[in-house]
Design a binder for this molecule. Structure first.
Ligand code: CUA
Length: 152
């Protein structure tokens, strides 16, 4: 008859507990609304920069980065809007950071990144390129202007 060393038994139990915690964390996080960007299949339609208004408080922004600008450079939405940002690049890799919004995406040619942002507070939210992309990198900016009342 084999016996298990008490020390070994303790190690097995601790390992089991840590593993259970790890699996529980993954299952728990899976069902949370986390703000990770999604990666979508590439389609050339995304290279046409535009702002689409789906309804009063729902917008889609097709954002295109290229040396050294973002298009559209100015995005205006009413307060409380939910905006889907679809992002791609026409040339090199650029960054896409929206201040105060925990959005940090990469703009890559042949690739579409998507993040959804809700703008609960009126104000000006700066979009900056945070990936060095050449001599004009520091000038690469855009703005989201969130207006207090809906536009007519
Ligand atoms: Cu684009 Cu730095």
């Amino acid at each position: 008859m084999s016996t298990v060393d008490p020390y070994e038994k303790k190690i097995v139990m601790i390992t089991g507990a840590v593993l259970s915690l790890f699996i529980f964390s993954i299952l728990y996080a899976r069902n949370r609304n986390n703000d990770l960007p999604e990666c979508l299949p590439f389609n050339k339609a995304y290279l046409d920069a535009k702002i689409a208004r789906l309804d009063e408080k729902t917008y889609q922004v097709y954002a295109v980065a290229q040396m050294w600008q973002f298009q559209p450079a100015l995005i205006e939405v009413p307060v409380g809007s939910e905006v889907d940002f679809f992002l791609t690049s026409r040339d090199v890799v650029h960054g896409f950071n929206i201040s105060e919004k925990n959005v940090n995406m990469m703009a890559i040619y042949g690739n579409i990144n998507k993040a959804t942002v809700k703008f609960e507070k009126a104000g000006i939210y700066k979009i900056t390129c945070h990936e060095y992309c050449g001599v004009g990198h520091q000038n690469m900016q855009a703005e989201v202007i969130v207006n207090e009342s809906p536009k007519n």
